[in-house]
Design a protein around this ligand. Structure first.
Ligand SMILES: [Zn+2]
Length: 136
């Protein structure tokens, strides 16, 4: 049913490319991912009216979050995807989510806040002590 980031559906001639976006809000502990499906022609020609849809899925449970109202044809594709998509692939997405959040955390840690620049500026000299406190 799936290969790389392509997914095939029983009712569609063409595969769908899947693009995933993760919640990178470091304050948020959800494990949701947004998956965008876009029908593609592997031969390279653009499809005239490629079908596209997006779902929000909880990577922990493999369940769709807040399914919206949508056409029955799309609903059927979503069901087929959620039933057939291997749990370990959701696990791989969860790993990528973790990596992206780690990278985000690093970025926010190293972002220079001009108002705190002095604290980031490590002086090569130790703080000066008053001479009477220095033994010897
Ligand atoms: Zn979130």
């Amino acid at each position: 049913m799936e290969l790389g980031s392509l997914v095939w559906f029983s009712s569609r001639q063409h595969p769908f490319a899947v693009r995933e976006r993760h919640c990178l809000d470091l304050e948020c502990d959800c494990t949701d991912a947004w998956l965008t499906f876009t029908e593609v022609e592997l031969g390279g020609q653009a499809l005239e009216e490629p079908l596209t849809f997006e779902i929000q899925v909880n990577l922990r449970s493999g369940r769709e979050r807040r399914p919206p109202e949508r056409p029955a044809a799309i609903e059927a594709l979503v069901r087929e995807f959620l039933i057939g998509f291997p749990a370990e692939r959701f696990g791989e997405m969860a790993d990528r989510r973790r990596e992206q959040r780690t990278a985000r955390r690093r970025l926010s840690h190293y972002t220079i806040d001009p108002s705190r620049r002095g604290e980031l500026n490590n002086s090569p000299h130790p703080p000066q002590r008053r001479s009477e406190n220095v033994p010897g």
